[in-house]
Each structure stands twice: as structure tokens, then as C-alpha cells.
Design a protein around this ligand. Structure first.
Ligand SMILES: Nc1ncnc2c1ncn2[C@@H]1O[C@H](COP(=O)(O)OP(=O)(O)O)[C@@H](O)[C@H]1O
Ligand SMILES: [Mg+2]
Length: 258
């Protein structure tokens, strides 16, 4: 029988991408990337800085076009794809509530309904009390929560997250990692989460896809079957983190040679 849980939602097949660098030299960034993501899966793309993670995510979201290869995102058009960027991207002139309502406005959702949906997601991320505040009144962690609520408000089937917690202090980052897992367990979105942190990838993912240095391919895949919430101090966690780190380190060394 066809099990909808095993439905492949995203297929990336032999994707290549080059950019024109300084003096018109071609930089080959993606060199035949292939992988798939199943419905409801939480996949982390891990790789050294500059290996093409953002480029790959932009191609999957349709913001950028690959030179060669195929990307299939098999979502019902209702939900579509949500994106959460590395840098803060809230509108400073809008309140928290109005920021979360933004995507719903674009979709033409009526005013009353918009407010109701926005408040529901603000409450999911623990920010409903701040609905009338402005972004400059929020801490970095709070801003991330609001951005997450905004990404979830339009109910996308797929959430693409590009190092969303990179500029946060370690404690806030750990808290948000726990929360994103609890929200994911409630909403069962399909997530591709980009990071250069081994610890973050092993804490979050069902599967970690490790990218090589430029020109990048998927080097190795690490399934993480540890029960959630994960204990970073458990011997199993430490072991898999070590294994992934060993493999990543080789790529970082290669990248620094270039
Ligand atoms: N629009 C662009 N024009 C030229 N070079 C680019 C462009 N976007 C990315 N690059 C280059 O592609 C490489 C990969 O970048 P990126 O995808 O941002 O990596 P990552 O997100 O893994 O740090 C880098 O060398 C970067 O300078
Ligand atoms: Mg990036």
C-alpha cells in the first residue's frame, strides 16, 4: 500500500550551479547535488562555510535557477514553500502581529481571520504577549520566534531554513533548537535546515546530509535515530557528533587550502 508518510516531497537530481566571479572567472559551486526528502522529514544540510548551502536552498525555493539538473517540490499548491533566512527580515515599521499577518495579506485572507491565524502562531512560538510591539523592541531570540511564526502562518508544506540561529548566543540557540523540534512535532512540516554546526545538525535532524567543500556534492549521509528530545551529553549523541565532525573536518581543511 502507498504510505503517504513515505511520500517523497523534494527531489534534487544532479544539480549544478556556477557563478561568475571576479575577472570573469567561473566559480563552480554545486557539482552534481542529489538527494531527496520525504514528507514530514527533518533534514539538515551541513557543510563548511562557502560550500554552496544558501545557493542550494535558494535553488530549491525557486529564488535561483540551476544551470543543470532537476528540482522537484511535490507540494499541493495550497501550502507551498516557506523560507526563513539567516539575517533578521522583519519589517521594522510593522508590529509583531502585522509582520506575522504579512504573508496572509498577500494571500488575500480576510482581516479578522488574518489576526486569528497570526495570534495562533504567535502563541505557538510563545510571543502572543508581544503582538503589539515593534521589532526593535525584541531580543534576537524573540525576533527569530516571530520570524518563525511568520513562516508558519501561511501553512507551508515545506520549510526551508538557512542558518536561522547563527547570530544568537549559545543559550538562546539551544533553547530555540528545542523549541523548533517541539513545533515540528506539532506541525509535522517537512524541513530542510541549513547549518555549519555539527552539534546543531545532530541535535535536530532525522538525517544529516554532509556537503563537500567547493565544488560541492553530497559527501555522506548520517541517519540520526536518537529519540527526541536529544541529550547532547549522552554517549550515543557524542559518538555520532564525533563521526560527523571527523568527516566535516576533512572538508574544512580542503576549503582552507583553496
Ligand atoms: N550571486 C553570486 N554571485 C557570485 N558568486 C556567488 C553568488 N552567490 C554565491 N556565490 C559564491 O558561491 C559560493 C557559495 O556561496 P553560498 O551558497 O552562500 O555558501 P554557504 O551558504 O554554504 O556559505 C561562495 O564562494 C560565494 O561567494
Ligand atoms: Mg549561507
Amino acid at each position: 500500500m502507498h504510505d503517504p508518510k513515505n511520500k517523497v516531497l523534494i527531489e534534487v537530481i544532479d544539480v549544478h550551479k556556477s557563478f561568475l566571479g571576479v575577472k570573469g572567472r567561473e566559480i563552480k559551486v554545486l557539482n552534481g547535488i542529489s538527494f531527496h526528502v520525504k514528507k514530514g522529514e527533518f533534514v539538515c544540510l551541513l557543510g563548511p562555510t562557502g560550500c554552496g548551502k544558501t545557493t542550494l536552498l535558494r535553488i530549491i525555493s525557486g529564488l535561483e535557477r540551476q544551470d543543470k539538473g532537476i528540482v522537484k517540490v511535490n507540494v499541493e499548491n495550497r501550502g507551498g514553500v516557506g523560507f526563513m533566512f539567516q539575517k533578521p527580515s522583519l519589517f521594522p515599521w510593522r508590529t509583531v502581529l502585522k509582520n506575522v499577518e504579512f504573508g496572509l495579506e498577500l494571500k488575500g485572507v480576510p482581516k479578522e481571520q488574518r489576526k486569528e491565524i497570526a495570534l495562533k502562531y504567535l502563541s505557538l512560538v510563545g510571543m502572543e504577549k508581544f503582538s503589539e510591539n515593534y521589532p526593535h523592541e525584541l531580543s534576537g531570540g524573540m525576533e527569530k520566534r516571530v520570524t518563525l511564526a511568520r513562516s508558519l502562518a501561511t501553512d507551508p508544506d515545506v520549510l526551508l531554513m538557512d542558518e536561522p540561529f547563527v547570530y544568537l548566543d549559545a543559550q538562546t540557540r539551544n533553547t530555540l533548537q528545542e523549541e523548533i523540534i517541539s513545533i515540528w512535532e506539532k506541525t509535522r512540516k517537512t524541513v530542510i535546515f541549513v547549518t555549519h554546526s555539527v552539534d546543531e545538525a545532530v541535535f535536530l535532524a532525522d538525517r544529516v546530509l554532509l556537503m563537500t567543500a567547493l565544488p560541492s556534492t553530497i559527501k555522506e549521509e548520517f541517519p540520526v535515530t536518537l529519540k527526541r528530545p536529544r541529550d547532547r551529553t549522552s554517549p550515543e549523541f557524542v559518538e555520532i557528533r564525533k563521526e560527523v565532525l571527523r568527516s566535516l573536518r576533512k572538508e574544512v581543511e580542503k576549503a582552507s587550502v583553496i
